[in-house]
Ligand binder design. Structure first.
Ligand code: UDX
Length: 441
């Protein structure tokens, strides 16, 4: 099939590249000339495992093109995918300006029947709005279809090529058949529904996953108080198929480009429909507070923060991505420097992205985890990168001024820690600690 994708962010680029990998002819369109130049040099503007290889392969095999020319993309495709951003407005609502602009441009460039397939996460009713915009501007026939995207950053290519399900929201039998054929090579789990339900599935899925995370984080906070181990609790819960083991890792809370934005947007969507989504509001509040849980633990270990040096291991909102959008590291580091702490920060991939958005004279940017740990009074681990998981803890403790390790992602085991001198604190695992060290205050 001939496909154009408007917007080469995470969703658009990965979808476009993966559709070309399936043998379709794909034109990726973006108004950002610099991004298109980077892509035409066969580089990926985002760090995503496996993506660059697929860009190179499909470009060379002439199934993939990158352009700023939306007219060319629309005219040379049967399916036009909208994958532009829906950034939050100050009140949390999704900003639909880019969606509306793109719908207008598509309508004016149409030359034949098109399927307009929305992959951006949009509030219920948006696809009907797109339909209205397009029908006011074109005489050509078209169908609007909602096919929400569920890929995760860091495993975006894998998720797109092996999705748990594909949701197709449409009012058109013809479009349903074409899009079912398009997605058939990916999965048998194709759910066909009306457009509004498809739009809601995306928000409900993200809100539910966010709820799981805030739930387990609250259980972890209680575990800390009553002496239970949240990882064992999660394991014991996870074997129940009705609950499932995924997304029960306690930590410093969720970040990223989706959960914070989409949970706030769903609260707004509900509010606009005169429904007070109390549960989701609490999920958001719990997540916000969880970021500061490790500050309490750090204070308990160091007594006073002012004048101390703290290594921060990990700045990305999760491993295997250079994305720092809504990363807990921003607020945690702000809080540290506000408390008079000198920060030594290290992230294997996201450091540059973080630094361009947040710099401060009290932050020293380091070249390795060991470099950050050197002469520090404590380490706060914020992202569970492999480089931290596999580190030699003896080497780390030996270069530190004080061996204090606050593990915000429950990376290390009791066995690993018990052999070291670390004053170790994690999330919801009060039994896994060492109290051998007396830390100078
Ligand atoms: C998420 C959804 O998973 C995906 O389906 C949707 O399309 C976009 O939003 P993403 O933001 O890439 O994907 O990352 P995800 O792996 O879901 O993690 C989100 C956040 O939750 C991260 O900050 C992660 O650290 C946190 N998290 C995840 C936990 O704290 N505990 C968990 O058990 C799982």
């Amino acid at each position: 099939m001939k496909i154009s994708v408007v917007g080469t962010g995470y969703v658009g680029l990965v979808s476009g590249v993966c559709f070309s990998e399936l043998g379709n002819q794909v034109i990726c369109v973006d108004k950002d000339q610099r991004k298109v130049d980077v892509l035409n040099k066969l580089q990926s503007p985002i760090y995503e495992p496996g993506l660059t290889e697929l860009i190179e392969k499909n470009y060379r095999e002439k199934r993939l093109e990158f352009t700023t020319d939306l007219s060319y993309g629309v005219k040379n495709s049967d399916i036009v995918i909208i994958a532009v951003g829906t950034p939050p407005l100050p009140n949390g609502e999704a900003n639909l300006l880019y969606i509306e602009q793109v719908a207008t441009e598509i309508a004016t460039e149409m030359n034949d029947y098109k399927i307009i397939m929305t992959k951006s996460t949009v509030p219920v009713g948006t696809n009907h709005r797109i339909k209205e915009i397009v029908s006011n501007l074109t005489k050509f026939p078209f169908d609007v279809v909602s096919v929400p995207e569920f890929l995760r950053e860091g495993s975006a290519v894998k998720d797109t090529l092996n999705p748990d399900r594909i949701v197709i929201g449409t009012e058109s039998e013809a479009a349903m058949k074409i899009l079912t054929d398009l997605h058939k090579p990916l999965t048998d789990n194709i759910i066909v529904t009306d457009i509004r339900s498809a739009e809601m599935i995306k928000y409900a899925s993200n809100a539910f996953l966010a709820t799981k995370i805030s739930f387990i984080n609250e259980i972890a906070n209680i575990c800390d108080k009553v002496g239970a181990d949240v990882t064992k609790v999660a394991e014991g819960m996870g074997y129940d198929k009705r609950i499932g083991a995924a997304f029960l890792n306690a930590g410093i809370g969720y970040g990223g480009s989706c959960f914070p934005k989409d949970t706030n947007a769903l609260v707004q969507i509900a509010g606009n429909a005169n429904y007070d989504f109390k549960l989701l509001k609490s999920v958001i509040e719990v997540n916000q507070n969880q970021r500061f849980n490790i500050m309490e633990k750090l204070k308990a270990s160091l007594t006073t923060l002012s004048g101390k040096t703290v290594a921060v291991w990990g700045l990305a909102f999760k491993p295997n991505t250079d994305d720092v959008r809504d990363a807990p590291a921003f607020e945690i580091i702000s809080e540290l420097v506000a408390n008079g702490v000198k920060v030594k920060a290290f992230d294997p991939i996201a450091q540059e992205n973080f630094r361009t958005q947040f710099n401060h004279p009290d932050i020293q940017w380091c070249e390795s985890p060991l470099d950050a740990a050197k002469d520090s009074d404590a380490i706060c681990l914020l992202t569970e990168w492999d480089v931290f998981k596999s580190i030699n803890l003896f080497e780390v403790q030996n270069v530190m001024a004080n061996p204090v390790l606050i593990d915000g992602r429950n990376v290390f085991s009791k066995e690993q820690i018990s052999l070291t001198k670390f004053d170790y604190k994690s999330i919801g695992r009060p039994g896994i600690k060492n109290e051998k060290v007396l830390v100078k205050s």
